[in-house]
Every structure is written in C-alpha cells, then in structure tokens.
Design a protein around this ligand. Sequence first.
Ligand code: PHE
Ligand code: CO
Length: 296
Amino acid sequence: MLAAPRRVENSLTDKGYVPVYTTALVEQPWQAYNADDHATWDTLYRRQRELLVGRACDEFLQAQDAMGMGAGRIPRFDRLNKILAATTGWTLVGVEGLLPELDFFDHLAHRRFPVTWWIRRPDQIDYIAEPDLFHDLFGHVPLLMNPRFADYMQAYGRGGVKAHAIGPAALQQLSRLYWYTVEFGLIDTPAGLRIYGAGIVSSKGESLHALESAVPNRIGFDLQRIMRTGYRIDSFQQSYFVIDSFEQLMRATAPDFTPLYAVLAEQPLIPADEVLANESALQRGSGERAGQAAPS
Ligand code: PHE
Ligand code: CO
C-alpha cells in the first residue's frame, strides 16, 4: 500500500504566496475523496459545461463527452487512461502539485500529462491561484484526445527540454507561448470565436471575459509577439491570441526556436496590460469577431 499522497499548495510566507514544487508521482487516491470533493467537481462541471456550449470549441466539448467525463463524481484517472491510450496515446499521471519546469517538460515530451490529484475546497470554488484537479482534468485533458493538439503538447515538452538547456530567457519566452495558447488560447471557427485554453474553460469569469467583454485585446496568432508579451497570473488576461486552427498552431511552432530566442531577447517586452485600440486589437480579425467582442 502506497503512502497517502500529500496535498501540496502554495504557501504563505513574508513575501506573499510562493509556489511549492513537487516531483512525486502518485496513484489517484479515489477512495479518499469525500462528499465535498465530489460535490465540488459536480458543481463546477455542471456550471462550466452549461456555460461552454457555444463558447468552447467543438473539439473540446466532443472530447469531454467521448471520454465519459461527466457530472456527479470525480473521474477516475485509470478509466480516462484506457480511452486516451486507445486514441492519442497520452497517459495521465497523478501529481501532488506544481512540478519543476524540467520535470513537467519531460512528462509532456513522453506524452504523460501531470494531473493534480486533489480538488479545491468549497470556499475556493470561484478562484484558486494554483492548478487543482478541476483545472487539470476538466481544462487540459479533453484536448489531449485531439490528434493535432496532442502532438502540439508533446512538441512543446520537447521544446521545453531544449529551452531549459539554452537558458532562462528562452524558457520565459516559451512559457509565454504556453500561457497564450494552452492556457488562454482562443480559436476562430466558422460558427464564431471559441475558447480552447484550459485556464479559460476552467473559469466562469474568464470564459465570459475572454469572449464577451469589450476590455481585452483579441489578437491574431503571432508567435513572435506572443513570445514578447508578459502575462499576469492573478487577474483576467488583457490580451488573448486567436488561432485559425490547430494546424496553424502546429505549423507556426514547428521551426527550431533556437535562433528566435536570441533575436527576441534583444527586443522590448510588451507589457501584459497593454491596451490596444479596437482596430489594432482586431487587426487580423473578421467582422464577426469584432461583433462578438462587443458587450452583449
Ligand atoms: N519548435 C520549437 C523548438 O524548436 C519547439 C516547440 C514546438 C515549442 C511546439 C512549442 C510548441 O524549440
Ligand atoms: Co494549466
């Protein structure tokens, strides 16, 4: 019998909250979830699913259904793993909290996706700074069923191992790409603008802000611009980047980033809170997107 996994969360120090990193892989202690844990999953699942129909991309919603992810009880990693193994070959591995960057990259490079085993407490329903089971499982795992996105995540992991060897400036640029695609990406579809980023789909407030608020910039996907744009982890994003397709994302990120890191390191940072005039915010956008950006 394995020791019960720990619940590793941010810790409060005299410098405020600091992230705590952990590398252990754990078996999901499914029997240890209590009624509150399952109720938190159920509440969040129902609320987000209802909100996301017509807001999240079809690939995301269809994959959730295809995986049998549903309300009621926290899904079992071993069941999801059977389905993932038969589709894109990804494996979910249980973790206790945030992983050090290189460990995280190595998992992705081997098509292993780390999922936090514990779920937020009832008083954290609307906001928690760090990733928990709801964010990881509900937000990230469905698109691992999509062959193109599944390959993108692995390519990102390999790129991360490489960037880690190059140095901190390269890592920072690469992490902005993750932030503005995997976590906060939007996609333009024939039916309109849709969400695919896990940080958005797992948050009610951010889902509405990303699509329906007139405040944020919605900028056509631009690799170099993304890699120069700072980001905020404690508020809604001021900028979202819009891809046309997962193929576009794959194609644009396929070249070797090594020379790019050096070039971009010399260029000024674009601040996270930069506000663009509406025309430039929508410079590559369609009329439809401009329409959707207006408050409803
Ligand atoms: N092409 C990138 C490199 O050579 C790796 C990468 C691929 C990064 C896909 C992110 C996403 O470093
Ligand atoms: Co995440």
